[in-house]
Design a protein around this ligand. Structure first.
Ligand SMILES: [Zn+2]
Length: 456
């Protein structure tokens, strides 16, 4: 082990302690920046110490929850698992995570790694980490409809997957047309997963759907079922492209509120304490990773049962005699999924919706015009628009015909208004973009309603 790597670990650890002392919370990547400055090969060297190997999770939506599921599966082996935290999903975040569990001798004290990585960083991450499996969840456009962006992302992912070591497996969502296309060009066959339950799918695409054309001939794809966004059972009417045959198929999907789901995978009944169709994908994906690594179906199912929602994602708590659920949504597909599921499965009637426009949220909020806020109209009683762009949100809601409260940019005041309007014993939903979720959690911690996320 080169001295330089040990020095990088020590420097990174010192930076980590310093940022904790100065009150920077979880999710920081700064120790990773410092360590990579000292030794640019630090992550590559530390990753070699993982006796089991590493799993990389990428895609637009669901990375954090699915990484948690994979983490739980591996931890039960039993194994020591290193994982990067939510919001630190660049190569620096992965490096920071590895440093945190490395000894000052520059050796990693973990058997397995689970790293959530942005699509754009995937080639570098695959090169440095040399993972056993790469999971690609979905490719939705993030916030803005930038022409050709999905195709560019698909090509970046394809390039990374071509670089996978010989024994490694690409675990791909067959239900996503762009992933279906990129995976069918790989030299080695990927492991395809998807949902196969036409009863649970919709018949038409929501209006935020963004991959509706055949990547080969440009014709409009036909969907026999749509599960989330543009993910479903698709085929080209010209017969040159269709969803790849599923190796792992999620069948007999059962959803109960936002608290539970069950489905049949490979004949194995799998249950999880997570709700919504999008989580059925996350569970199926994590199960497929377990299978790709050679784990037994019954064992994987047992482990998946133990996982609760990740912080700020369907996080539930009780306070002032009322029940609350935090829902995170970062783009039109995410918003449509959580709106639909919370209304249909959890009979949501009261919402605080917080929209921010900081860098992590996307600074242009025009994407809210692609969210089907009309879903709120028939049954929802209270909507409090909040966040930095509360006024834009209020305008969007007005056009959707949704009767909303006056916009309240201040989250604390918006929460107070929601409390006034929510009787004791009732359930309210807090639907936020990413930075609004962080602000809201901080506010709830100050009020003593939640624990800070880095101490649990
Ligand atoms: Zn076609």
């Amino acid at each position: 082990m080169p001295v330089r790597t040990a020095l990088a670990v020590v420097a990174g650890k010192a930076t980590g302690s310093l940022s904790r002392l100065t009150g920077r919370g979880g999710g920081t990547t700064f120790p990773g920046d410092v360590a990579r400055y000292v030794d640019p090969q630090v992550l590559r060297r530390l990753a070699r110490d993982l006796k089991g190997g590493a799993v990389i999770v990428t895609g637009t939506n669901g990375k954090t929850t699915t990484s948690r599921l994979v983490h739980a599966v591996l931890e039960g082996i039993p194994a020591r698992v290193v994982a990067n935290r939510a919001g630190a999903n660049l190569i620096y975040g992965a490096t920071a995570a590895a440093i945190a569990v490395a000894g000052v001798d520059g050796r990693l004290r973990a058997d397995w790694g689970v790293f959530e990585i942005d699509e754009a960083t995937l080639p570098a991450a695959v090169d440095e980490i040399q993972p056993r499996a790469v999971l690609v969840l979905n490719l939705f456009r993030d916030q803005l409809d930038r022409y050709g962006e999905l195709e560019l992302m698909a090509r970046t992912i394809q390039r990374a997957l071509e670089q996978l070591p010989e024994q490694s497996v690409a675990v791909l969502n067959a239900d996503d047309p762009r992933i279906g296309e990129l995976g069918s060009h790989l030299r080695r066959k990927p492991l395809w997963f998807g949902l196969d339950d036409r009863g649970a799918g919709a018949q038409s695409l929501p209006h935020a759907a963004d991959a509706r054309t055949c990547p080969r001939c440009g014709a409009t794809l036909v969907f026999d079922a749509v599960y989330v966004g543009h993910d479903g059972e698709y085929r080209c009417p010209n017969g040159d492209f269709a969803r790849p045959a599923l190796d792992i198929a999620g069948r007999h999907l059962r959803l109960e509120g936002l608290d539970w789901l069950g489905l049949n995978l490979d004949g194995q009944i799998v249950e999880a304490r997570l709700g919504g169709t999008y989580n059925a994908y996350n569970v199926t994906a994590a199960y497929a990773v377990g299978r790709a690594l050679g784990l037994e179906p019954a064992y994987i199912a047992e482990r998946l049962k133990t996982v609760a929602a990740a912080f700020g994602r369907q996080e539930r708590f009780e306070a002032t005699g009322r029940r609350f659920t935090i829902l995170l949504a970062k783009n039109p597909t995410g918003f449509n999924s959580v709106l639909r599921d919370s209304i249909e499965l959890a009979r949501g009637k009261r919402y605080l919706i917080a929209l921010n426009d900081r860098i992590a949220d996307g600074t242009d909020v025009s994407w809210i015009w692609d969210v089907d806020f009309e879903l709120l109209k028939p049954s929802v009683q209270i909507v409090v628009p909040s966040g930095d762009r509360a006024h834009d949100l209020a305008v969007r809601l007005k056009y959707a015909g949704v009767k909303a409260e006056a916009p309240q940019a201040d989250l604390g005041r918006a929460l107070d208004r929601l409390l006034e309007l929510t009787p004791e014993g009732e359930h309210a939903f807090l639907l936020c973009t990413y930075t609004a979720m962080l602000d809201l959690r901080a506010l709830l911690v100050r009020r003593g309603w939640l624990r800070p996320y880095w101490s649990t």
